[in-house]
Design a protein around this ligand. Structure first.
Ligand code: MUC
Ligand code: MG
Length: 367
């Protein structure tokens, strides 16, 4: 059974509630749907979110690299030869989310061909994940109202606060209002998307010490090695690598050089094959991980759930799975549901990323 075709379909769905953060903003899901077909006619699906400010990819670059660079090399490769596929993808540097989606679509084909849920093939640890919701930049009181609404409606009680603003007191105040309004039980952490310097981040940590924050993600630019290392060594809470650990090698480097002591794992940028290697490496080194959000649609989120639920190490912490709720619509044929603060793994063979064809016709931008 061989890979017979790979299609990259650009589409666009507006956001009802745009998300703003230190490295950019999202108003529109201008993503690319990847469809990978085997010579048996089995079709696998995955979503690709271009994040130009994080990985330098755009909707056009993703379509081009998948159709012009990856597809010609992958057609004819056996669908089970995942390491051969990795070798081909990794000949091309960067293009993280394009590679991730090809890998997930391949796993979808494998699962459907074997008649097995991919979550079972990967590890089969759990049937659901606890959800963390990501809060973008807003005035502190609005953030609290939103968080309370999410707790009431979905049972979510873990929140990632987007930070990295100047002056620093904007974010410190937001964290304080959330902690006071949500109480001691809520899990809160920050993601600065490299918005601060290491010294500014240290200042924020000092001034939020009494708020019981779980960890701080990507406080500053990790390439400023000594500042970052000093911050990690002196921080009372873990410092997580997200965009500074976009692949296996970077994740290893950041942990081993003291640039981070916690890792965000994102299937959108690592696929399942590389993400599993990152998780195994982290587990062996005693480093915790959590499933991050690449500002995913429901199609992307379903893949995150399938992967995150498969391993004990990824199922431990709340996973960032709910920001598709900010979108005006979605492509997933069977919508996800968040109840009691959890999302269940989609049932059936494959990844569970089947799309609604009418919606795809409506939103695709290549016709
Ligand atoms: C996050 O965790 O940083 C924003 C930019 C990006 O690459 O991902 C999102 C969320
Ligand atoms: Mg992040």
């Amino acid at each position: 059974m061989k890979i017979a075709a790979i299609e990259a379909i650009p589409y666009s769905i507006p956001y009802l509630h745009p998300l703003h953060f230190a490295s950019g903003s999202v108003h529109e899901a201008d993503h690319v749907l990847i469809r990978l077909r085997s010579d048996d006619g089995v079709v696998g699906t995955a979503d690709t979110p271009p994040r130009p400010y994080t990985y330098g990819e755009t909707q056009k670059s993703i379509v081009a690299v998948v159709e012009d660079i990856f597809a010609p090399q992958l057609i004819g490769v056996d669908i089970f030869d995942r390491e051969k596929v990795q070798e081909i993808l990794n000949r091309t540097v960067h293009n993280q989310t394009a590679k991730g989606a090809v890998d997930i679509a391949l796993w979808d084909v494998i699962g459907k061909t074997l008649g097995q849920p991919v979550t079972k093939l990967l590890g089969g640890y759990s049937d659901s994940l606890r959800v963390s919701h990501m809060l973008g930049f807003k005035p502190a009181q609005e953030l609290l109202e939103l968080a309370l609404e999410f707790r009431e409606t979905y049972g979510i009680n873990t929140f990632k606060l987007k930070t990295g603003r100047r002056p620093l007191h904007l974010d410190i105040e937001a964290a304080r209002v959330l902690r006071n309004g949500l109480g001691e039980d809520a899990e809160l952490y920050m993601d600065a998307n490299r918005g601060w310097s290491a010294n500014e981040a240290a200042d924020v940590l000092r001034r939020t010490a009494e708020l019981g924050l779980q960890f701080l993600e990507e406080p500053d630019d990790a390439r400023e090695v000594l500042g970052r290392r000093r911050l990690v060594a002196n921080s009372p809470i873990p410092i997580a690598a997200d965009e500074s650990a976009a692949n296996l090698g970077e994740a290893a480097r950041e942990i081993l050089t003291g640039g981070a002591n916690l890792l965000a794992v994102k299937t959108a940028r690592s696929g399942f094959t590389e993400a599993a290697k990152i998780v195994g490496m982290a587990e062996g080194m005693g480093i915790d991980v959590y499933i991050g959000n690449q500002i995913d649609t429901q199609v992307g989120t379903a893949a995150s759930v399938v992967f995150g639920a498969a391993f004990a190490h990824t199922a431990k912490r709340a996973a960032e799975l709910s920001n598709y709720l900010d979108m005006a619509d979605d492509l997933l044929a069977e919508p996800l549901a968040i109840t009691g603060g959890r999302i269940r793994v989609p049932e059936g063979p494959g990844v569970g990323t089947a799309v609604d064809e009418d919606k795809l016709s409506l939103y695709r931008s290549d016709r």
